[in-house]
Ligand binder design. Sequence first.
Ligand SMILES: C[S@@+](CC[C@H](N)C(=O)[O-])C[C@H]1O[C@@H](n2cnc3c(N)ncnc32)[C@H](O)[C@@H]1O
Length: 224
Amino acid sequence: MPKTWFEWHDLYNTDPKLQQRLQIVREYMDNSLDVSPPGIIRVVSVCAGDGRDLLGTLASHPRTKDVYGRLVELNPELAERGKAAVESAGLSKQLEFVNGDATNSSSYIGVVPADIIIVCGIFGNLASEAELKRLIGNLPVLAKKGSFAIWTRGHSDGIAHSETVRKVFREAEFEEVSFKLTQTGDMGVGIHRYSGEGLPLSQNQQLFEFSGVPDKYNSLSVAK
Ligand SMILES: C[S@@+](CC[C@H](N)C(=O)[O-])C[C@H]1O[C@@H](n2cnc3c(N)ncnc32)[C@H](O)[C@@H]1O
């Protein structure tokens, strides 16, 4: 069992569910860049880990030169690894990898509204459906009409938690663009498009509470 979120990322080397999820997230990222209008494409990644989803996509996408944004991650080792990856990809003028609190609205000052918001590996780390509603209800402070949100949600104990996520997005002015389950059948990945007008970003607003811990993750049955 991983003791830290840094160790948790090693599961990407062995866990088919995480590997398949990453592949779908990158595919959605790729599609959203493909359909972005000419000009700058702003991206924010909330609880970014080491940024492998975004950076993996940008490694080969023709719109990479247009992508600007911020990745926010609390774990210092992951942020360090992410920064190094941004530098070695030659993207440090475009992407900021911030070691900070992604639950605090101030972390996004200067980079929103974003065209693409990555919220992967978060929904399974919220305490309740009410907290999920709070987070999705607050995404409009990062968004504008037409913004994409790319997300993941694992299933556990036979409960298809991703269905709840789809419902909450629907109720919050987000239209589903695509949804897929991993081949393992127990991890949902979705991309939704915001149809509202966005909300103003205020300082120091708590957008959600991340309450999950890495050692609860079980690659066989409990998915984040
Ligand atoms: C399940 S991992 C997902 C990482 C990445 N998004 C991915 O899908 O590979 C959750 C991440 O959230 C980070 N995290 C937890 N609380 C956070 C906070 N308040 N602000 C920023 N990151 C946070 C953890 O350190 C961890 O890297």
